[in-house]
Design a protein around this ligand. Sequence first.
Ligand SMILES: [Ca+2]
Length: 474
Amino acid sequence: MYKKITDLRKRALLPACWLSTGMAWLLLPAAISLAAEAARQPNIVFILADDLGYGDLGCYGNKNIKTPNIDSLAICGMRFTNFRVNSPVCSPTRAGFLTGRSHVRCGVDEVLTPGPGRDEAGLPVNETTVAELLKKGGYTTGIFGKWHLGYAEKFNPVNRGFDRFIGHLSGFLDYHSHVNPKVGVDWMDGLKPTEGKGYSTDLIGNNSVEFVKANKAKPFFLFISHQAPHSPYQGPEDGPLMEWKDGKAVKTSEAKQDKDERDAKYIKMVERMDKTIGDLIDAMDEEGLTDNTLVMFVSDNGPSYLAGSAGGLNGGKHTLLEGGIRVPAVAFWPGKIKQGVVTDQPATILDLFPTFLGLAGVKPPSDLELDGIDIGSLLLQGAALPKRTLCWRYLDNVAAMDGKWKLMGQYDRKTRQTNFSGKAVQLYDLAADPAEKVDLAAGHPEIVGKLKTAHEAWEKAVENDRKRSARTQP
Ligand SMILES: [Ca+2]
């Protein structure tokens, strides 16, 4: 059935790609029992791009970067226009996704850089990951690509709930030589360094396809953690920009790039990532897995100042402005998620922990304090999400959002106090002003007060949680 969908998608007959449920059943092999199919836990594929901006995909209006595969998932599934991440940088967002809890609760306040004295930096081992719970619930679990949540063995993905890990521990590396400038060649197979020759985006894609084929007999959770399109900017046909010689990283003659070169390579990087996603869907179609698999695609934060587009939003990576935390997000599950839905419901990456567990029929521990909600009813029935205030803290900045209103303020890391007053406070009406150009704080003291109170309550809760667990990072 879904081989058929792939063929249709390739022919760009996109509006016709999703068969109605009634027609779809007619095409199922008679040997497959509908009851057995319904009872089986769904496979879950979560694809995380790195530093991909809100405006970097065709389905989000980009005219220069061709992303037919992700666009097809959006046209055959659900596209979010109001989806955010818990932080504007790599490690904290990953901590949030894996635990369903703000990175502030976990103590992963900033990117976890490698190097001497960093063995104790990582996602605290007393945190429970979604992979651990899905594994206990009967899933085979795999992660391919970037980890960035700790370097010591105790933090390695294979000790955090993943059966299989091939990829890199650090936040970025040369796509061809796999050199990180602080640690050298960083390519791992579980706990062991491995060679892994090739363009890292291709390796991540190929290993993901192999995992799907090898694990088709029982439910799997696949976390595809792409390095792309994070710096350095290198297409599949380029040479290395960095090599490891005599214990240090040495730049090659190709390392110097101007903005035009970076932009051209950025396009190739996103397009290659998109191709690997098409390869994965093709493999799932061939194995007859697509109808029982949720595929979710999200970016971990907004674009770097060096490349990428926030699609007209203000700010980018490292900021709590919309360009930093509003990201592309697409959910695809033919026959379960209605085709062609564009939702403006405000969801976040922290919602995926309870959502994935809900779809898998796995209950989280009752004492786990989560920051997200199960958005399964939005995905499967198109139901509106309950009204709620979303809160952020990242380094010196804080934000709170409720409906169209977004409050921004500052945070003093020494006194651990928030400041929503004077020059520190801004209030934006995101419905009228998504680019956050017009500060309305002075004219709406009641809305400022309401969001400030909600943020203070959240701060108190996450700080208590953090102290109780002694979750701090060196
Ligand atoms: Ca990132």
